[in-house]
Design a binder for this molecule. Structure first.
Ligand code: NDP
Length: 474
């Protein structure tokens, strides 16, 4: 293991005298020019994303999840904006207390409880792990203990629900709008702090990105891997803990609310809880792999991740469960089975595609994909200091079918969650619409970055694997 890591770090440090790569390759991951479209999109999101989240949650609270009724009411003059606003629950001391306790508890689990899961769970990779090489050539270390945090949090949740009864399991649903204000406060505080920190005391100054455009820098972030102290990594913490640990708890709270209101939990609610639960557990089981995904490897930490993890993720990814509290859909067995199968196939494709890349990269291509040695394209790139690195792009397995087949699996799973809610309202389908936009945009963003990173090698790769998401279509 030590020898393998030494070899890897030697490989990283290997400098090459020949410089056959385009100069732009040294610029990968930094020095973006802000075009008008990016700026317009950023301004739009900064202004409207918080409003969109509020609108969805308010429409459930006041209009049984109808997205059109509030607009009709306003246009017909039946209601004024002030009527809707006055009916909206305000920030409460209770919600502030719950939220503070929740975030503090997650910080405690993240910072003070080193991972034990990797000691007794075969195949699980936890404890101290290395991230990918940053554009400045830094390799960060991370304490991977998300699975442990998830298990402890959920054990406590069930212990409370079935034994201690400190609080009602419907607590999240019952305080959902007051908690929204708390999540927004944290999201804005964290993003603003990250921006100031990027200017005044960055963790790694060489990995900061200043475009000169305030809005772009605030949204997309300045610092690459902001940290407090040696271990508190903003990206890993905010995405995983207030974001993804909360996801399954929120769904459980919705299921508890259904039970309280209707005396039963519908099969659609169980489906949403199970399918999203698999996705969440998968994330934590593979948290070390997550260090190699775009969020950690390429995105800087700004409002997009800070506010997104605190507000957007917990509030929009859980819309299906929220909807099912207001509309308890009971699916016929055939439909429930069909949706379960779609969700599981989607998950299988998502996981296997990600696994194939991870295995391929970890073994440097010395592995078997579908029983055969993987095919690949050799490529090179340079960090800002001119160090040349080598890498490989796989062209077999699912990565030979399309350049982002993992996204295709993710989209199938996302569609399954939405279908579980039936066809009465559009709100539960927001997730699949959003994921299609997010992942298509991600394809383009990632490919733009890979082109500037690998130059002509990337072009050889796209010629070998011509489709992005669906072979023969896109
Ligand atoms: P990928 O895991 O697809 O990573 C893309 C990177 O992989 C590229 O930048 C490149 O990085 C490398 N790469 C690309 N092609 C190849 C290849 N052929 N062989 C080897 N390496 C290659 O993307 P993401 O990080 O965006 O996504 C990870 C997962 O997370 C996906 O399954 C996605 O669906 C999911 N996801 C879910 C979201 C959600 O909100 N639910 C949001 C975002 C992602 P390098 O520079 O190392 O070469």
């Amino acid at each position: 293991m030590a020898a393998h890591q030494e070899k890897k770090s030697e490989e990283r440090k290997r400098k090459s005298t020949q410089n056959d790569t385009q100069t732009s390759q040294a610029q990968w991951g930094r020095a973006w020019e802000v075009d008008w479209f990016s700026l317009a999109s950023i301004l739009f999101l900064l202004m409207f994303a918080p409003f969109i989240v509020y609108y969805f949650i308010m429409s459930c609270d006041q209009y049984q999840c109808s997205l059109t009724d509030p607009v009709v009411d306003l246009l017909m003059g039946n209601k004024h904006l002030s009527d809707i606003w006055n009916k909206t629950p305000p920030l409460t001391y209770r919600a502030a207390g719950i939220y503070t306790l929740w975030v503090t508890f997650q910080v405690f689990l993240y910072v003070f409880i080193p991972d034990l899961c990797h000691k007794f769970l075969p195949g699980y990779v936890g404890g101290v792990q290395e991230g990918a090489v940053t554009p400045a050539g830094v390799v960060n270390k991370y304490e991977i203990n998300g699975l442990q945090a998830w298990i402890i949090t959920h054990l406590l949740w069930f212990a409370n629900a079935y034994y201690f009864h400190w609080f009602s399991p419907t607590i999240i649903f019952d305080n959902w709008i007051p908690l929204l204000w708390c999540a927004n406060i944290l999201g804005y505080v964290v993003s603003t702090f990250a921006m100031i920190k990027g200017y005044l005391f960055p963790t790694n100054a060489k990995d900061c990105k200043f475009t000169g455009n305030f809005f772009y820098d605030y949204m997309m972030g300045i610092e690459f891997n902001p940290r407090i102290g040696k271990w508190f990594d903003f990206k890993l913490f905010f995405n995983g803990r207030p974001g993804i640990v909360a996801w399954t708890l929120i769904n459980l709270s919705y299921a508890a609310k259904q039970q309280e209101l209707y005396g039963q939990v519908t099969n659609s609610m169980i489906l949403v809880n199970v399918l999203q639960g698999i996705y969440v557990l998968d994330f934590f089981w593979n948290e070390a792999w997550y260090l190699k995904t775009i969020d950690i490897c390429h995105d800087h930490f700004g409002w997009y991740l800070g506010w997104g993890d605190c507000v957007w993720l917990p509030y929009t990814y859980t819309l299906q469960g929220l909807y099912l509290v207001y509309h308890p859909v009971q699916l016929c067995t055939a439909n429930a089975m069909g949706i379960l199968i779609l969700g599981l196939i989607g998950y299988y494709i998502f996981r296997m595609t990600n696994h194939q890349k991870d295995l391929f990269r970890r073994t440097n291509g010395n592995c078997k994909i579908w029983g055969k040695k993987p095919e690949y394209i050799e490529c090179s790139y340079m960090s800002v200091d001119g160090t040349k690195f080598y890498s490989k792009l796989m062209t077999s397995g699912f990565w030979g079918w399309a350049r982002h087949f993992n996204y295709t699996g993710d989209l199938m799973g996302s569609l399954a969650y939405c279908l579980a809610c039936g066809f009465e309202h559009i709100l539960p389908y927001f997730y699949i619409i959003y994921m299609m936009i997010l992942l298509t945009h991600r394809c383009l963003r990632d490919e733009h970055r890979c082109l500037s990173k690998y130059g002509k090698d990337w072009k050889r790769y796209t010629a070998a694997v011509p489709y992005r998401l669906l072979p023969g279509v896109f």
